[in-house]
Design a protein around this ligand. Sequence first.
Ligand code: CA
Ligand code: CA
Length: 185
Amino acid sequence: MAELSNFQENKISKLFTMLYDSNNDGVIEKRDFDIYLQKVSQVLGWKSDSEKYLKAQETLNTVWDGLKEYADTDKDAKITLEEWLRMWRDCLKDIEAGEFPAWQKKYMDLMFDVNDMSGDELIDMEEYKTFLTQFGVSQDECSVAFSKISGGSDITREQFASLWRGYLTSNDKEAAANFLFGTNQ
Ligand SMILES: [Ca+2]
Ligand SMILES: [Ca+2]
């Protein structure tokens, strides 16, 4: 099992708090995914019987099942930060090689889809802002972060996956990928 540097651990902990633990009670549970779905549906204007909503719901259920299977060491259907970090230590090497766990790949693809509101397979700055401000990142911070990660053009699905990999694994504090979820690490 690989060790995480403090820098990697901070970034991975931020993901836990910002993106996954929707109700901020210190553990990830199925309920957090339900809240997440409500949140993005509101932003995107999805009705709860629409095809997109149902598809996202199915994906999130699969993501939760995969995450639970991998990370929930004590099988209490709650992922603590400790369990979360243990999982990332375990899969760090695979991710460095570009191999994400299947559930994580699904989550990344869904994240791309909900960011790419216009559906043109590119994330532009406005879309990035619309999405990330829902998670407590300010407009200004989004602008700075987007300039860093995009290098001046919109983000393709392939770049997005590469930014995730960099975010999770990089130890270079100047690496653009560190800014994927805002400017604070
Ligand atoms: Ca929670
Ligand atoms: Ca647990």
